[in-house]
Ligand binder design. Structure first.
Ligand SMILES: [Zn+2]
Length: 280
């Protein structure tokens, strides 16, 4: 019941903010419930997810064009020859623009965390690896106790779907622009099943830097590590991570490592002394 009220409230916010893209997607999702043809359902879900992801990434690109410019120059030399990671199952795996998964790799223990998402359908992006999902439930429970109203937006993303998103962006924006804002297939951290984007009703469900100015964004920055999560792409570290500041994207690494990285004020790459990857 409480969940239903939240969705109703979020829909109202979306209408108020004029987020037609996402509102349309939600309507599509609702219609899908009534669709008997599974194939069509999946295609529609894919399409609406793609639109959202593209929209979110475009918004990010507009927020900090200069930062993205620097970032592209840093990664352009090494992006064509990525290293294949040898520990894809590890919760400490480092995947970025120069470090990719083995072809076709996918997590084996995906489950759906019991936390509020902004959509009601059982889409792929609702999934997380089991350990990360349980930690996320703890994180949400604690945040709700503190009066926060976090909403989950996008967790696991398969290599196939990342390929669709990437190719769609290349077709509309060209490869150079796309590489500034979008991961190539096999290099998205969402493929780990350990990363998830969170937002809030106050953000009208957008994934933008201003999330850090909201109570939910501040809470997340201060407490995520207590549940084994890090803010994966911190401010001022884009030359190291390859991504501009994303206060909404958290990554599960386990409590010990999360605490260390929080206290060091570092990134995964710095902690494992991998900075050179992106600059070589
Ligand atoms: Zn993300």
């Amino acid at each position: 019941m409480k969940r239903l009220m939240l969705f109703a409230a979020l829909s109202a916010v979306l209408v108020a903010a004029g987020c037609q893209n996402q509102q349309t997607s939600q309507n599509q999702d609702t219609n899908e419930n009534k669709t008997v043809d599974k194939q069509t359902e999946n295609q529609q879900a894919e399409q609406s997810q793609q639109e959202e992801d593209t929209a979110a990434e475009e918004q990010t690109a507009e927020t900090k064009p200069d930062q993205h410019q620097d970032e592209a120059e840093d990664v352009v030399g090494s992006i064509e020859k990525p290293v294949t990671v040898d520990n894809p199952d590890s919760i400490e795996v480092v995947v970025n623009k120069t470090r990719k998964f083995p072809d076709g790799w996918q997590p084996k223990d995906l489950v759906e965390p019991d936390v509020p998402f902004y959509f009601s359908e059982h889409l792929e992006k609702r999934k997380m690896r089991k350990e990360a999902a349980e930690a996320l439930e703890d994180l949400f429970a604690a945040s709700q106790k503190d009066g926060m109203e976090l909403v989950a937006a996008s967790g696991y993303r398969s290599e196939e779907r990342q390929k669709e998103i990437y190719e769609n962006n290349v077709a509309t924006q060209g490869q150079e622009e796309t590489d500034k804002v979008s991961s190539r297939p096999g290099r998205s951290e969402h493929q780990t099943g350990l990363a998830i984007d969170l937002t809030s009703a106050e953000m009208a469900l957008a994934l933008e830097e201003t999330f850090i100015d909201t109570d939910e964004g501040k809470w997340l920055a201060e407490h995520a590590h207590e549940y084994g999560y890090i803010i994966r792409y911190p401010e001022g570290k884009s030359d190291i991570t390859g991504y501009s500041y994303e206060p909404w994207h958290i990554r599960y690494v386990g409590k010990d490592l999360a605490k260390q990285i929080y206290e060091e004020n570092t990134t995964l790459e710095e902690h494992f002394q991998m900075e050179s990857d992106l600059k070589s």
